[in-house]
Design a protein around this ligand. Structure first.
Ligand SMILES: [Zn+2]
Length: 382
């Protein structure tokens, strides 16, 4: 679940629900640990206030880091669907992969470079505040942000995909091997390995009594290992689906309604008979639009016999159509973005069929059964 914050450069900025948990944890660890150690005499409410302000500025820093990635991507003509801030950072939703290793390298490096700059900036602010005899608490917040931004850069530069360092590694391997798949596989092993290492260190810490630090490491490690695995799965799925045109997996015999059908017949012969709540409407073979139960309900029942579907049909939503020559991968991405389970397949304005998420995933499953080596993360999770 995500919450929309607003837009920057036209990009929707969202926060994931997990963000609130992390925000609370960061605020708590600052207010109950960091600030009381620095200012033992200070009232607890002030520590909580400083903790919350510092946590908010930390997330602003993460947002700036993500914006740096998106900026480089957009400058180079890549589509970015938006930015989602969650657990420890954020992701820029890329609807396409960078086309070349060099672009991937530039995009990946932009984030950590920005974090280092932010770290330097907060350090200068902290020093300036101290020199100007400003309240030392404010300088402490700036000092914390200087420190945490550098940590953020260092953490992100660990060579494990999908961290930025892993993307740098992937770009270098990609350039060396010429294969994006292989490069992603090895870079994601790096990410999984680093994730398990963090979890292991976290357990050691918990055993030695450092509960908070230990739990942090376990959460970060677990999250990273999972992200590395799913990033690799995505590459496998993409490889299985690329070059498979939608027309090869679509279902052709889709129930369709002719334009001049009276609503009375539409209800009796379609809505009462099949389990769909919407039907494509055609004129000859051309797709005219979609008719739904709700469209029919707006017409009084006694007028159903005298009203043709053409009078209530709505034009189709472009996003719910796909060309039969398009890749199955594109169909899957399109459905993922819409949260839809099926798309109408068209070609030259003709309705050709329907493609469902299940039939696309079926192709992946079949292809995986014929893969050499067999043991892929995809199969383990399937
Ligand atoms: Zn980054």
């Amino acid at each position: 679940m995500t919450f929309r914050l607003g837009r920057i450069w036209g990009l929707p900025i969202e926060i994931d629900a997990t963000w609130f948990i992390i925000f609370a944890l960061v605020t708590w660890s600052l207010s109950a640990g960091y600030f009381p150690r620095l200012f033992p005499e200070q009232p607890a409410t002030l520590n909580w206030l400083l903790g919350a302000v510092a946590a908010l500025l930390l997330f602003a820093s993460v947002l700036v880091h993500e914006l740096a990635h998106s900026y480089v991507a957009m400058r180079n003509g890549l589509d970015i669907g938006g930015i989602t801030l969650f657990l420890f950072g954020g992701v820029s939703k890329m609807t396409q992969e960078p086309g070349t290793p060099d672009l991937e390298l530039k995009m990946a490096a932009a984030g950590p470079a920005t974090s280092v700059l932010l770290g330097g900036l907060f350090w200068v602010i902290a020093q300036g505040l101290l020199a100007a005899d400003a309240p030392v608490q404010i300088a402490a917040v700036a000092g914390y942000l200087a420190f945490i931004n550098v940590i953020l850069a260092v953490f992100n530069l660990v060579p494990g995909f999908p961290l930025d360092g892993g993307r740098v590694l992937r770009a270098l391997l990609w350039r060396a091997t010429g294969s994006l798949e292989r490069a992603t596989r090895y870079a994601s092993y790096g990410g999984q390995g680093f994730g398990y290492l963090l979890m292991f260190l976290g357990f050691l810490w918990v055993l030695s009594g450092a509960l908070v630090a230990g739990v942090w490491f376990i959460i970060i490690g677990w999250f990273l290992a999972g992200a590395a695995q799913s990033a690799y799965q995505q590459v496998i799925v993409r490889r299985a689906l690329s070059g498979v045109p939608v027309e090869r997996i679509m279902q052709r015999d889709v129930p369709r309604v002719a334009c001049d059908t009276p609503l009375r017949d539409l209800v009796d012969e379609y809505f009462m008979r099949y389990d769909y709540s919407a039907y494509p409407v055609v004129e000859g073979e051309d797709l005219v639009g979609i008719v739904t139960v709700d469209d029919v309900r707006e017409v009084p029942r006694e007028e159903w016999a005298g009203t043709a579907v053409r009078q209530v049909v709505r034009p189709p939503d472009e996003h719910r159509l796909i060309d039969e020559k398009d890749d199955a991968w594109d169909a899957l991405m399109q459905m993922a973005q819409l949260g839809a389970r099926r798309l109408l397949v068209v070609h030259d304005g003709h309705l050709e069929g329907i493609v469902s998420r299940d039939s696309v995933l079926q192709v992946v499953r079949h292809k995986m059964q014929f893969e050499q080596g067999g043991d892929t993360p995809w199969q383990r999770s399937a």
